[in-house]
Each structure stands twice: as structure tokens, then as C-alpha cells.
Design a protein around this ligand. Structure first.
Ligand code: NAD
Ligand code: DAU
Length: 349
């Protein structure tokens, strides 16, 4: 069946992997990537597929309701996979307004456009909203987030994502808009902007720069290879139950400091340095405000209902990821020039 899928945020980290997967796998789908190319959006992430006949790019802001309606009409959009967002917790602490604007108002503008342009004819339509495990708050040493865990966001980022999730579900309950939501744990892999822990630290280890570990490095995150997230999105898009929520995660928890030591070991090995040589770069710095202690996703529902499981072991995924950043120094240099230097100085002064 032919589909015209609007993917928002397709020039970002996860979005570019989703766009690549869909464009390559479904030649009968038109994939329309809508992104306004913020500091985190980069069309270089999609060089390999930009000339494919089933791919189009539109530069637009999701908050621009009129423009979104025009795109729905021009491309005859029947499905949305919504990833566009401000996504970095540290930036949300410095500038919560931009998070409320993009993540809440931008999502609302997409929902309104879908409802109004589809005009209550919701046959074969879908609005798929990509969310995060951070909406569930923070865990102690035990337990997991399930789809039934009550929302308890702590950062302006997670509060804005939680709000957008509520709006999406409200459009299903109030107007009958066909929706599905997934909440995923921390992703890692190629094309991630080096403000997030893994690419930032790989880059700093390579350049022998300090590694700013927040607090004592004891916070725990549950890491998933980005291609496995993209595979889950493909599956949920096609087979998820309308109105439902799916948690996505790899049962792969790491204390930050232990993960950082794995990164050091892997980068040092690739660069021919003495094992553990770069551990001297570890620098404990002031903790992130409101820093959630532990995230851990229970993705049993996704496994039982749709048969999804992560395809990669963590060690393999990290090797692959470190190698990618080492072999793509031009990409790193391009994204860390200009504005990034200013951000880095202000953030880590
Ligand atoms: P990212 O910051 O790498 O990319 C975000 C993309 O959205 C960029 O291309 C940016 O240009 C675009 N964008 C931002 N504001 C926009 C606007 N107003 N209009 C149009 N485009 C805009 O983010 P990511 O890490 O790829 O995350 C993608 C989605 O997945 C987000 O919704 C995020 O909340 C969610 N998520 C991320 C993770 C993770 O570990 N990175 C985990 C779970 C969920
Ligand atoms: O859990 C899903 C979320 O994961 C996504 O929704 C977010 O978009 C994504 O950014 C990510 O949020 P985190 O805050 O968990 O990721 P980040 O890479 O910023 O940080 C991971 C951990 O590392 C966290 O405990 C904070 C710590 N950290 C991070 C940075 C950037 C440091 O110790 N030092 C750093 O410099």
C-alpha cells in the first residue's frame, strides 16, 4: 500500500536513522522529512539517501501551523511520525521557554493540522508520537518503568515531553485521532550531536580533553542502539494498536562512571594508546540540577505483543559507535565549529 509519511525532526539523530530505514525499506512509501534545522539538525546525516525518489525534505518549523497545513495538503500526508523536539536536558535547564514552544506548542500545531486536514476521515491515518522514558521520572535502585507508570517529570525537557504526550492522547480521546505513542530509553550510535554523554565523551577522549562527569557519576541510564530504536518505530508504526503506548528499551543499565570507563577503554584501544591511559581525563564536576538518578525501561509488552528485541549486544554497539566517530572526523569537526564552541564554553566553564 502506498503511504505519504511526514517524519518530523528527520535531520536529527534518531530521526535520520528512522528516515534512512523507511526510505531504503519501503520504495512504495514517500517519506517527507520536515525539519527546521536547528543546531541539532543536519542534512549531512542523510547524504546517502537524499537523492532517492521516495525522499523529500521540507525546511519548516513545526510551530508554524499554516505551513504545516500546507505541507499536509501538498504531499497528501496520511501518517505522521513525530520526532522533532528540543532534546537536551541541560539546554532545557538554561532555556525552558524554547522547550515549551517546540515540544508542546509544536506538537499541538501538528495535531491540529492532522485533525483539520484529515477532516475526521481517519481511515488509514496515523499520528505516531515519539516520546521518552524521562516522563516517568526517576527510579530508586529497584523496579522498572512500565506503560502504566504514572508520569512524574523533573526537568523542563521531560515536563515538556510529558505535556506533549498528554496532548497527543487527548486528541485520541476527544476527537478520535488515531494515535500511537512510544517511550524509549537513552539512545546511542552514529550521528548523535556531541552534547550528549556518549559522543561528547568519545570526542573529548580523542582530543585528550577533560571528561566532565556530573556528581559522582553514579546515575544510571538504560542504553539502546539507535538502529534498534528505529526498528521498533517501524514495527510499532505498522503493527502497534491504535491508541496504545509502547515502552522501548534494551534492559541494558549502566552507571555513568562504568560506561565512561568502557568508552575510554574502547577509544584508547582504537587509537593505540595504553589501556586506561585516558582515565586521567575524568573530572568530577557540579551535578546537573534535578538530576534523575535511574532510568530503566520494561519493554516486555513490545516483545510479547510485537516480537521486538534489541539486535545488538552493548559491547558490539559501543565498538561500532566509537569506530564511526573516529572515522567521521569531518562530521564531528563540522558540527563542533561555530555555535558549539560558545555552548561548550558556557556549559562547562
Ligand atoms: P535531536 O536533538 O538530535 O534532533 C531533533 C531534530 O528536531 C533536529 O533535527 C532539529 O532540527 C529538529 N527540530 C527541533 N525543533 C524543531 C522545530 N521547531 N521544527 C522542526 N524541526 C525541529 O533529537 P533526538 O535525540 O534525535 O530525539 C528525537 C526524538 O526522540 C525527540 O522527540 C526526543 O524527545 C525523543 N527521544 C530521544 C532519545 C535519545 O536518547 N536521544 C530517547 C528517547 C526519546
Ligand atoms: O532517557 C531518554 C533521554 O536520554 C532522551 O529523552 C533525551 O533526549 C536524551 O538527551 C537522554 O537524556 P539524558 O539526560 O539521560 O542524556 P545525556 O546524554 O545528556 O546524559 C546521560 C547521563 O550522563 C546523565 O546521567 C547525565 C550524565 N552526563 C551528561 C553530560 C552531557 C554527565 O555526567 N556529563 C555530561 O557532560
Amino acid at each position: 500500500m502506498m503511504k505519504n509519511i511526514l517524519v518530523t525532526g528527520g535531520a536529527g539523530f534518531i530521526g535520520s536513522h528512522v528516515v534512512r530505514l523507511l526510505v531504503n525499506k519501503y520504495s512504495n512509501y514517500n517519506i517527507i522529512n520536515l525539519d527546521n534545522l536547528t543546531y541539532a539538525g543536519n542534512l549531512e546525516n542523510l547524504n546517502d539517501i537524499e537523492n532517492k525518489p521516495n525522499y523529500s525534505f521540507v525546511k519548516a518549523d513545526i510551530c508554524d501551523y499554516d505551513k504545516i497545513c500546507a505541507v499536509f495538503s501538498e504531499y497528501n500526508i496520511d501518517s505522521v511520525i513525530h520526532l522533532a523536539a528540543e532534546s537536551h536536558v541541560d539546554r532545557s535547564i538554561k532555556d525552558p521557554f524554547s522547550f515549551a514552544k517546540t515540544n508542546i506548542m509544536g506538537t499541538l500545531s501538528l495535531l491540529e493540522a492532522a485533525k483539520n486536514i484529515w477532516n475526521n476521515d481517519f481511515d488509514n491515518k496515523l499520528f505516531y508520537h515519539i516520546s521518552t522514558d524521562e516522563v516517568y521520572g526517576s527510579l530508586g535502585d529497584e523496579g522498572y518503568f512500565t506503560e502504566k507508570t504514572a508520569y512524574d517529570p523533573h526537568s523542563p525537557y521531560s515536563a515538556s515531553k510529558a505535556s506533549s504526550d498528554h496532548f497527543v492522547r487527548s486528541f485520541s480521546d476527544t476527537y478520535g485521532l488515531p494515535i500511537v505513542v512510544s517511550n524509549c530509553s537513552n539512545n546511542y550510535g552514529s550521528f548523535q550531536f556531541p552534547e550528549k554523554l556518549i559522543p561528547l565523551f568519545i570526542n573529548n577522549i580523542c582530543k585528550s580533553k577533560p571528561l566532565p562527569v556530573y556528581g559522582k557519576g553514579e546515575n544510571i541510564r538504560d542504553w539502546l542502539f539507535v538502529n534498534d530504536h528505529a526498528r521498533a518505530i517501524d514495527l510499532i508504526f505498522h503493527n502497534g494498536s491504535k491508541g496504545d503506548t509502547y515502552n522501548i528499551g534494551g534492559f541494558n543499565e549502566w552507571k555513568n562512571i562504568d560506561l565512561i570507563k568502557v568508552l575510554i577503554k574502547t577509544v584508547d584501544k582504537f587509537l593505540g594508546r595504553k589501556e586506561g591511559e585516558s582515565e586521567k581525563l575524568i573530572t568530577f564536576v557540579t551535578d546537573r540540577a534535578g538530576h534523575d538518578y535511574r532510568y530503566a525501561i520494561d519493554s516486555t509488552k513490545l516483545k510479547n505483543e510485537l516480537g521486538w528485541e534489541p539486535s545488538l549486544q552493548f559491547e558490539e554497539g559501543i565498538e561500532h559507535t566509537v569506530k564511526w566517530y573516529l572515522e567521521n572526523q569531518d562530521w564531528i569537526n563540522n558540527v563542533t565549529s561555530g555555535e558549539y564552541q560558545k555552548y561548550y564554553k558556557e556549559m562547562y566553564k
